[in-house]
Design a protein around this ligand. Structure first.
Ligand SMILES: NC(=O)c1ccc[n+]([C@@H]2O[C@H](COP(=O)([O-])OP(=O)(O)OC[C@H]3O[C@@H](n4cnc5c(N)ncnc54)[C@H](O)[C@@H]3O)[C@@H](O)[C@H]2O)c1
Ligand SMILES: O=C(O)C(=O)C[C@]1(C(=O)O)C=C[C@@H](O)C=C1
Length: 312
């Protein structure tokens, strides 16, 4: 691969920025990667492990002369960072973000982006429950989707260059309207996380009440819930506070369905339960047959990519 951007600045040095740093280095996609994180502890860790070519003590310094600036902080911190770097952005540079919510980030960041700088929001659909500067790894984006939410006014050349970087890191990229992104992700990621958090909370409560060992002897399905529920609390607090409408819409539909299933169980309606589970199994099999589940072909992935956690 050849260099796509001479100089890239990563703001926030956690799982996603760290994985980008590793992937760009592994594939030779950036001439120089500069990094900044708010906490001095994170910056020290990043220096110690040579996560980037240079680590700076201010975001302003990090973005100086950068051709691409990546905002990789929790979604509620995006505006503050955008405001801090705005005066130091190079004319013609591109700013992107990796936030899990798009509409509110665009509203918060967009107004700070100066004339002559391209803003192309994005979201890699890849992650783990780990966070911090030690958690990143080069293959995180391999065969994953990376959605971009350009608008009609987005410069085609700037967009094509960002797509080149994303593909260079092994991901597939598609464009999506920001509001639609937020609805789709509420279904596929945000509400499932909330359900996992809730279920682990319920089990923990039960454990205390009964002194039984629900968590110790949990089976595979529940263990997956506990993995997801170990995800970063700041990141997920921000996701729910910034994707409120879509999350509440999907959560409403979810609870309606749950009540129907609850009633079927109470009434002993085995036919309803069997029909429902047959339908959901067909959906899963359809996904696999369409080749859209990369994990199904690479089943050991999550176990093989466990990383030591680091503080963000
Ligand atoms: N973790 C995932 O699975 C995942 C996947 C896709 C996208 N995202 C999104 O990517 C972004 C980063 O997530 P992550 O998992 O890398 O988080 P992380 O917690 O691993 O890292 C976040 C980094 O941001 C820094 N930070 C926090 N507030 C800051 C501020 N005000 N100024 C500068 N730095 C600040 C922290 O010090 C840390 O280094 C979030 O917006 C998240 O929604 C996460
Ligand atoms: O695999 C995980 O741990 C994830 O939760 C990753 C996941 C997801 O829901 O798929 C989480 C949030 C992101 O915005 C994108 C990806």
């Amino acid at each position: 691969m050849s260099v796509v951007y001479e100089r890239v600045a990563l703001i926030g040095l956690g799982l996603i920025a760290g994985s980008m740093a590793h992937a760009m280095r592994a594939h030779g996609l950036a001439g120089h990667v500069a990094g900044y994180a708010r906490s001095s502890e994170t910056r020290e860790t990043a220096r110690r492990i040579h996560l980037c070519d240079s680590i700076h003590d201010s975001a302003a310094e990090a973005v100086k002369d950068a051709d691409l600036v990546v905002l990789a902080v929790p979604v509620r911190a995006m505006a503050e960072v955008a405001e801090a770097i705005a005066p130091y952005l190079k004319p013609g540079a591109t700013v992107t973000d990796v936030g899990s919510v798009k509409r509110s980030v665009i509203e918060a960041v967009g107004p700070h982006i100066p004339e002559g700088v391209h803003f192309i929001p994005g979201h890699p659909l890849a992650g783990t429950e780990h966070s911090g500067p030690l958690s990143g790894f080069a293959s995180l984006f391999q065969n994953r989707w990376w959605l971009l939410t350009p608008t009609e006014g987005t410069d085609p050349a700037a967009l094509a260059r960002l797509q080149d970087l994303i593909r260079g890191m092994g991901a597939n990229t598609e464009d999506m309207e920001a509001g639609h992104h937020d609805l789709v992700l509420a279904v596929t990621s945000h509400v499932p996380h909330l359900i996992a958090y809730t279920m682990v909370g319920v089990a923990d409560h039960l454990r205390r009440v009964t002194e039984s060992e629900v968590i110790k002897y949990s089976a595979a399905g529940f263990r997956d819930f506990t993995r997801i529920a170990a995800s970063d609390p700041t990141m997920w607090r921000d996701v729910f506070l910034e994707n409120t409408d879509a999350t509440l819409d999907i959560l409403g539909r979810f609870t309606e369905e749950l009540f129907v299933l609850q009633r079927a169980i109470r009434m002993g309606d085995g036919q309803h339960l069997h029909d429902y589970f047959t339908r959901t199994r067909a959906i899963r099999r359809g996904i696999i047959e369409a080749g859209q589940d990369t994990d199904a072909a690479d089943f050991g992935r999550s176990a093989g990519t466990k990383q030591a956690d680091g503080k963000g």
